[in-house]
Design a binder for this molecule. Structure first.
Ligand code: NAD
Length: 256
């Protein structure tokens, strides 16, 4: 029997076939998981994500802007109506206005800061609260972070501050939801070429630096992030919550 046979999960954050959420989804589907997906509002996003996910014939593909409580309520009420209860959620979402990322952090506007924090950090709280209502027998929630939440990477700027908030939210959510046997963890991924990372200035240098510095002498691959997702979302990590797991070829343990 495959590891996720009979398990149901929600995936927020697939934009295309280079999305980290998609890498984890592929690993889950190979193990028999039933997945529902969201996409950003708008026809072109819907078309792009629909084309990608249609092979797995999801029962639900829902529009969702995580800044809108109405959208989130709609997603989780459709999950409840369709499945009753769910086993896991993947939260793989971040955004900061590109023009703000090009400026030094000290120049960051209040409006841009709030927007980035709302989408990239608060959304995990909003999602977890709603997910918990349909996880009566426990469950697992995983989000995606980056080492820039621990150390300064010039150019990563507000996104690093968002990741620090996201990682600490993981710990507080793990506490709040732990007695319900709902686990909350983060994967801190090495730098990957995706739609989001294209907006980070100096990103290619970050990847090159990671190759030179990491223990394994290379960047992490999408399929490796998929396997880390399987770990956190399955019983393999049964006793683990509030953790941030670096899946970065050992980049973050080297002090160069
Ligand atoms: P991606 O662009 O494929 O995924 C980002 C997703 O966020 C997209 O699906 C986008 O639609 C979604 N999103 C943005 N604003 C939203 C909103 N208001 N409502 C709902 N969804 C919204 O890029 P990715 O690199 O796969 O990013 C996924 C996560 O991984 C992000 O949290 C990112 O910070 C994190 N991460 C990325 C890297 C990297 O190098 N690419 C490294 C570590 C962590």
């Amino acid at each position: 029997m495959r590891m996720f046979e009979g398990k149901v999960g929600l995936v927020l954050g697939v934009a295309n076939d280079r999305s980290i959420a998609w890498a984890i989804s592929e690993a889950l589907m190979a193990e028999g998981a039933e997945l529902a997906f969201t996409h950003l509002p708008g026809e072109s996003s819907e078309r792009r994500v629909r084309r990608l996910v249609e092979a797995c014939q999801p029962k639900l593909l829902m529009s969702c802007d995580v800044q809108q409580d109405r959208d989130l309520d709609g997603v989780f009420s459709q999950m409840a109506e369709t499945y009753g209860t769910i086993d896991f959620v993947i939260h793989s979402i971040a955004f900061a206005p590109p023009q703000e990322l090009r400026k030094p952090y000290v120049e960051m506007s209040r409006e841009g800061w709030h927007l980035a924090m709302d989408i990239s950090a608060y959304s995990l709280v909003a999602v977890s609260r709603r997910a918990a209502e349909i996880m009566p027998d426990g469950g697992s929630i995983v989000t995606i972070s980056y080492y820039g939440g621990e150390k300064v990477f010039p150019g990563y700027n507000v996104m690093g501050v968002c990741k620090a908030a996201l990682e600490h939210s993981v710990r507080y959510l793990a506490w709040d939801l732990g007695r319900k046997q709902i686990r909350v963890n983060a994967i801190s991924a090495g730098p990957m070429r995706t739609l989001s990372s294209a907006g980070v200035s100096g990103f290619d240098e970050m990847r090159e630096h990671a190759v030179r510095k990491s223990c394994l002498g290379r960047n992490v691959e999408f399929r490796e992030l998929g396997k880390a997702g399987l770990y956190f979302l399955s019983d393999l990590s049964e006793g683990v919550t509030g953790e941030v797991l670096h899946v970065d070829c050992g980049y973050s343990v080297v002090g160069l």
